[in-house]
Design a protein around this ligand. Sequence first.
Ligand SMILES: [Zn+2]
Length: 212
Amino acid sequence: MVMNVEPGSNLITRVDTGGKKVVALTFDDGPDIFYTPRILDVLREHQVKATFFVVGENVEANPELLRQMVREGHQVENHTHTHPELVKKGGSRIDEEIYRCEKAVESLTGRKTQYFRPPKRLFNDDVVDIAAVRGYTTVLWTVGVENRTTRVPQEMARRVSHRVVPGAIILAHDGRLDRSKTVEALPLLIKGCQQQGYRLVTLDELLSEGRR
Ligand SMILES: [Zn+2]
């Protein structure tokens, strides 16, 4: 499978779909008692399946929301157990963060997570290698929904619609900070992508569209 990867690492920022207009919508930092149900409602209304990079301690606090994600056809992946800045941690702590999140998810769903996203995009070769030894591919993103310059939901949605490309991985958040603007932007963003002919899929489905 050919992907956009940085040389010598298990790192994905975008998938080469050969121009096929599929993109993956991903959410970090949940499950959150307030924002995740709202995001799940929007996804259900628009019949879109997404991928949630969850934080293990939030999974333990909100197990029913994790079960709901899986029940509604979404993919769940690994965003560490406590959301630390991994570049400041030693190897055993990095490994423990990935492992504890994996176990929190597996105990509820019976499925092992396979993809890993480092908190705050802070990583180095050690982080990627430790994840790889555990069997993980590190997944970043192509375009982010939340950003410093655009805080109006309509503009957040428009910005993503303009920047989206075939095989893009879209990053949004369903926890940790106030995500009310993300919730408002989401239906507009989905429509904006669909109007350009894009299909929004899970990470697994996007990767399966990767050129071989
Ligand atoms: Zn995060």
